[in-house]
Design a protein around this ligand. Structure first.
Ligand SMILES: NC(=O)C1=CN([C@@H]2O[C@H](COP(=O)(O)OP(=O)(O)OC[C@H]3O[C@@H](n4cnc5c(N)ncnc54)[C@H](OP(=O)(O)O)[C@@H]3O)[C@@H](O)[C@H]2O)C=CC1
Ligand SMILES: O=C([O-])CC(=O)C(=O)O
Length: 267
């Protein structure tokens, strides 16, 4: 049995926990860590077999694999504890990983491993394959409903008023590097796309607030010497946290399944 610890028992963490509980694969939930332990204890009631709520150090001690589903700000502590213990970190915090490449050095030095799950995106398999050859350009256009963007730090800090918007508004244009720093909770996927392909600095990104949309959508256009492709995804926002698409937690579950399955489909 592979023991899984979940760092961050929020929108994503709770869904991952329920899937591990129901899994027929050799995965077992060992413990979780939390921001507010009282809130986490209340959410624990939804599990059939509750597990301890512990701090990061204990979580790592109790687990073989740590799922990081905590806010970006907690990433370095969780990653350092996990990787320096030689364990596996499964995360969707692409923006945090992009800004802290030292995580890979820690993993290398201690025999740890980082799995950046695809999260709310698609096509990282094809982008990685294209990157084995020469990629000429990667462009991503993100369009989200207003409710998914109103709390974004960049929107709040720059007093971008999205209330009463009647037509789409472009709120960011630049590199995925700049975009993922400006919108760490909204375009982790742009950072992941950048890292999979020609690097976040060369990956172009636009972010639009679109009052006509109900879903978080991403369109990717890649031109390379092996293939040209366009991909798009329309993510159903979670009720708890509209900036987070429902598929994100399921992507983590798929990545966990890959760790323990005798067969792996896709890159
Ligand atoms: N790549 C992708 O496709 C996507 C990536 N993400 C990323 O996933 C992460 C989680 O998203 P989501 O589940 O929606 O966020 P939530 O805010 O719903 O959940 C985060 C949870 O982490 C808890 N927490 C806060 N501080 C800590 C800490 N130091 N240690 C452990 N837990 C802590 C919070 O508790 P409390 O509320 O009590 O503070 C909360 O329960 C974010 O970093 C987000 O950016 C999200 C969506 C898509
Ligand atoms: O749900 C999405 O569309 C993507 C997202 O929040 C992220 O990348 O952080």
């Amino acid at each position: 049995m592979t023991k899984v610890g979940i760092a961050g028992f929020g929108t994503i963490g709770r869904v991952v926990a329920r899937h591990i509980e129901a899994s027929e694969l050799p995965l077992t939930l060992a413990a979780v860590s939390a921001g507010d332990r009282g809130r986490a204890a209340a959410a624990m009631a939804a599990l059939e077999r509750p597990v301890p709520i512990v701090d990061t150090a204990e979580l790592v001690a109790l687990s073989d694999v740590i799922v990081d589903s905590a806010p970006t700000a907690a990433f370095r502590d969780i990653a350092t504890a996990t990787l320096s213990a030689g364990k596996t970190l499964v995360t969707v915090s692409g923006a945090a990983l992009m800004q802290w490449p030292e995580a890979t050095d820690i993993a290398r030095a201690h025999g740890g491993r980082i799995v950046l799950a695809t999260g709310a995106l698609l096509g990282l398999d094809a982008v990685r394959a294209a990157a084995v050859g020469t990629i000429h350009s990667v462009t991503m256009v993100t369009r989200k409903p207003v409710k998914s963007l109103v709390k974004a730090e960049h929107v709040v800090r720059n007093n971008i008023d999205l209330t009463g918007l009647t037509e789409p508004l472009k709120i960011f244009e630049g590199s995925a590097l700049e975009g993922a720093i400006a919108f760490p909770a909204n375009v982790n996927v742009a950072a992941a796309l950048g890292m999979a392909g020609i690097g976040p600095a060369r990956t172009q990104l636009e972010i639009w607030a679109d009052p006509a949309l109900e879903r978080n959508t991403h369109r990717i256009i890649v031109d390379s010497d092996s293939a040209r492709f366009e991909l798009s995804i329309e993510n159903i926002p979670t009720v708890e946290n509209p900036g987070t698409g429902r598929i994100t937690a399921q992507s983590i579950v798929a990545a966990l399944n890959d760790l323990v399955s005798p067969i792996r489909i896709g890159t």
